[in-house]
Each structure stands twice: as C-alpha cells, then as structure tokens.
Design a protein. Structure first.
Length: 131
C-alpha cells in the first residue's frame, strides 16, 4: 500500500492540464507580434545575429535595438514555423517564415538549454528567395 502512495505523484504528473509552452512556437509568436523586447528577454548574453546580411555577435541589448529597428522598418504580419528540430534535449532549431509589410523573410533561430531554460544564441533574418 505504501508503494501505491509513492507512485501517485508520478502518475498524476502525466495528467496535468497545463502543458509547457513550446519555445519555438513562443519565439514565432514574438516574431509575429514584432515584440523585440520580450524576444530579447530570451536571448543569451551574447547572440550571433544577422539581419539582411549584416552579421555580427552582439550583446542582448544591442541585438534588441537592431531587432526593434528591423520591426519598425518591416512590420510583421504573420509568422509560420516551416521546420523545427527538437530531437536534442539541449538544443532547438527552427526556420520561421516571417511575412512583413516589406516582404517575406526566412528566419532561422537556434536555442540552447542553459540551466533548464532555452536561450536564443543565434538569429538570422534573411529575405525569402522567390521561386
């Protein structure tokens, strides 16, 4: 009977009603909303970032300013996750198509698990190539 009580928390953990939010879906949502501030809150202290070919390693504060400037010039209208890699517990990668007032952009995001929290360590925003 004591063994039964030990397994109750374990079994109940499978039936929780709140599911953890997917970090890739949340990133896509923040891109769609053009929310540079909240997105920057998920950045690593330094982040490799490329916007329209301008590539460098920036502090999270600098990266937020560059991203906010991009969102001012190209207001996001929608974001769709095109591809995701979630097979590694410590790494996530996504390709997100970001549609803006100035065209579509292929956005690649790399996230690394740091102390149980995923941080964006690379963000690339490049004009979508038309077929």
């Amino acid at each position: 009977m004591k063994l039964f009580y030990l397994f109750i928390p374990f079994v109940l953990s499978f039936f929780t009603f709140a599911t953890p939010e997917d970090v890739i879906d949340r990133t896509a949502e923040l891109l769609k909303d053009g929310n540079a501030h909240e997105l920057a809150a998920t950045f690593s202290p330094t982040i490799e970032m490329s916007i329209a070919g301008d590539e460098n390693v920036y502090s999270s504060v600098q990266a937020e300013q560059l991203l906010a400037d991009f969102f001012r010039r190209c207001q996001p209208k929608s974001a769709k996750v095109l591809h995701r890699i979630t097979s590694n517990a410590n790494y996530r990668y996504a390709v997100i198509i970001l549609n803006t007032t100035n065209g579509s952009y292929r956005t690649c995001v790399s996230l690394k698990n740091v102390n149980g929290k995923f941080e964006v360590n690379e963000l690339r925003i490049e004009a979508e190539k038309t077929k």
